[in-house]
Design a binder for this molecule. Structure first.
Ligand code: NAP
Length: 199
């Protein structure tokens, strides 16, 4: 199984850190190209390599962690998703104004899914602050909780296995329409709930 990350900012880096901690290889990318990632790669260690967004997008599981308004550019032209798993770690709001994007009544991951036609979208890794996500999930006598949702059961099972492997406890919230809404920021009740499952 190969893993790609599009976005190397606060969340992209946190994802890479948590994958590396779990002994998992990944390719991370941004808009400026692999050369701009040299320092980050040194920090992240040997399991994480720098690539182009095209390279990251060819992986079996592709994390996307990009500012909402930059998603069309970040995902544009990457048309052959062929049923691969894409993890939507994004929220429809961004600095500096933090004005929620008008989603015209849709759930953000359903809007996101339009950018990756043919992919099996799982919403996850979007509801904790980057620093919390990057911290060791084995904490306070238990394991930190990550919520995930999606419309494809097999894709969710693969993401659940990955979540478990990197040390978190995954909780399936159901479909994108139901679970995506619960974990959506802003609007849902679950973002920023830093929960630890004991036992
Ligand atoms: N920060 C948090 O605590 C947090 C928590 C939960 C969810 N989120 C969500 O996660 C997403 C990322 O947030 P962030 O805080 O990580 O943002 P960030 O620090 O600003 O990083 C954004 C990343 O997106 C990359 N990017 C922009 N345009 C691109 C393109 N055309 N192709 C490839 N990469 C591109 C940027 O690369 P360049 O720098 O090279 O342009 C940068 O690495 C957002 O949707 C945010 O709402 C953030």
């Amino acid at each position: 199984m190969t893993i790609g990350i599009i976005g190397s900012g606060a969340i992209g880096k946190a994802l890479a850190q948590t994958l590396a901690r779990g002994g998992i290889e990944a390719t991370i990318s941004n808009s400026r190209g692999p050369d701009s990632l040299r320092e980050l790669i040194r920090e992240l260690g040997p399991l994480i390599q720098a690539g182009t967004r095209e390279h990251a997008a060819r992986a079996d599981i592709v994390f996307v962690a990009v500012n909402w308004t930059k998603l069309p550019a970040a995902l544009g032209g990457l048309t052959d998703w062929g049923g691969r798993i894409v993890i939507d770690a994004n929220n429809p709001i961004e600095a500096p104004l933090f004005k929620p994007v008008d989603l015209k009544g849709r759930v953000s991951s359903e809007v996101f899914a339009d950018f990756v036609p043919g992919a099996r979208v799982v919403k996850a890794f979007n509801h904790l602050r980057a620093q919390v996500l990057a911290d060791d999930p084995r904490t306070d006598g238990g394991r930190r909780v990550l919520f995930y949702s999606g419309n494809d059961k097999a894709a969710k099972a693969e993401v659940a296995a990955l979540i478990d492997r990197i040390g978190f406890v995954g909780i399936d919230l159901g479909s994108l329409a139901v679970g995506g809404k619960l974990a959506q920021f802003p609007g849902g009740p679950l973002p920023n709930q830093n929960l630890v499952k004991i036992g």
